[in-house]
Design a protein around this ligand. Structure first.
Ligand code: ZN
Length: 392
């Protein structure tokens, strides 16, 4: 009997990926349909729909869902949903598509056919309305805002059948797990309370401390990596995995941690995105989500604890997955150990802080990384990566 949290708003997961046996015929049919090119964000959302991470959505949102989602963080039927999941196209293409028509969804970069959408709605949106609600800003310098502002003027809504998961299952074999699979893994381990720890970085001691706080109060921890598009300076997933393996093997109790990755592209919507992260973690079977300082933020668009506070504003039935709100973590010389902003009474000068930029400089110049900042086993993996002359 499963004691895991149920999927969001549904009795069972709703992966939209067609069973493999039906895909070849559907792909053939898709070849004869009008082709709608998807942006990288839309592709990542289609993959999330395909794997069941966006249960119970059955495709890209229509206008009523879009509007309620922006304004009230819910779908038109009242179900909690914090960020619109939409698909756009150009005016010219939109004009040729009839309501009720099936169109092929293709990756705008690779041309691969990824799915079929039955167009139930065509509508145009007020992009500033969306951005001011979702991102709390309309500043084009915000990367999430810039994507919304540059999308096509026509939104297409309707149910989707996904036909591919792109390169993810192959590229990230052993890391790419669908919600049904993480749930099965948790059950096999006998876990009911599982915390998700979101990361797109290798884990240093501050992350280790966050992770261990979560393990203290849960049965286990899912270290859940973002596998979507990288930013310049990001460390590739396979290096992150090796670094995290080096950490967990040496410093965690065996059997308390699992690693997995998922194909989202970050929107950097700060507090709203923290809520989306909680929604799909519920689908992955996680009862808790570690929400640290400035979760999913970018620049200084959000206050450091906005992503904590937004959970307090929700009606109680919105989410089963609960936030583990944790303050900034660090090594403090006066505490003589790891601490958080909530437990350490000392000053910034007593706390060890190394920025990502500074850390890259230290690796580049061969400086030693203090063991209070990062475990030597983790440093060794990263040093090998930074020293590799073939590295891009
Ligand atoms: Zn201290």
């Amino acid at each position: 009997m499963s004691n895991l949290v149920p999927p969001h708003g549904a009795g069972s997961l709703k992966p939209l990926l067609l069973p493999e046996a039906e895909r070849a015929e559907a792909l053939q049919r898709a070849g004869r349909l009008k082709q709608v090119p998807l942006s990288s964000r839309e592709v990542s959302d289609l993959f999330m729909l395909g794997m069941g991470a966006y249960t119970p959505l059955d495709g890209f949102m229509g206008e009523a869902d879009w509007r309620d989602c922006c304004e009230h963080m819910q779908l038109a039927d009242g179900l909690f949903w914090p960020i619109p999941i939409t698909l756009s196209c150009t005016q010219d293409l939109g004009d040729t598509i009839d309501i009720g028509e099936d169109v092929a969804l293709v990756d705008g970069e690779t041309g691969e056919t990824l799915g079929i959408l039955t167009v139930e709605e065509k509508y145009s949106i007020d992009r500033e309305f969306e951005c001011s609600h979702v991102f709390r800003t309309t500043d084009n310098a915000h990367p999430g805002v810039a994507k919304v502002m540059s999308q096509g003027p026509v939104n297409l809504g309707g149910p989707v059948r996904a036909l591919s998961e792109g390169h993810f299952p192959e590229t990230y074999a052993g890391l790419y797990f669908r919600p049904a699979e993480t749930r099965a893994m948790f059950l096999e381990k006998g876990w009911s309370k599982v915390a998700a720890f979101q990361t797109r970085n290798p884990m240093h001691r501050s992350h280790e401390h966050l992770a261990k706080i979560a393990i203290e109060i849960c049965d286990g921890l899912l270290i859940h990596q973002v596998l979507g598009a990288l930013k310049p300076g990001d460390i590739p997933a396979e290096v992150r995995v090796a670094a995290i393996d080096a950490l967990t093997k040496n410093y965690f109790v065996s059997g308390t941690v699992l690693q997995a990755g998922y194909p989202i592209e970050m929107r950097y919507a700060g507090p709203r995105e923290a809520l989306l992260h909680a929604v799909f973690r519920q689908n992955f079977g996680c009862s808790h989500l570690v929400v640290g300082r400035d979760h999913a933020g970018v620049g200084d668009y959000y206050g450091p604890y906005d992503a904590h506070h937004i959970f307090d504003t929700l009606p109680e039935s919105s989410l089963k997955t609960q936030p583990l709100k944790i303050d900034i973590t660090f090594y403090c010389h006066k505490c003589n150990g790891m601490a958080t902003g909530k437990t350490c009474p000392h000053t910034a000068a007593d706390r060890l802080a190394i920025s990502g930029t500074r850390l890259r400089e230290m690796f580049a110049s061969g400086e030693s990384i203090p063991p209070e900042f990062s475990r030597p086993e983790v440093v060794a993996v990263l040093r090998e990566y930074y020293d590799d002359p073939g590295r891009q």
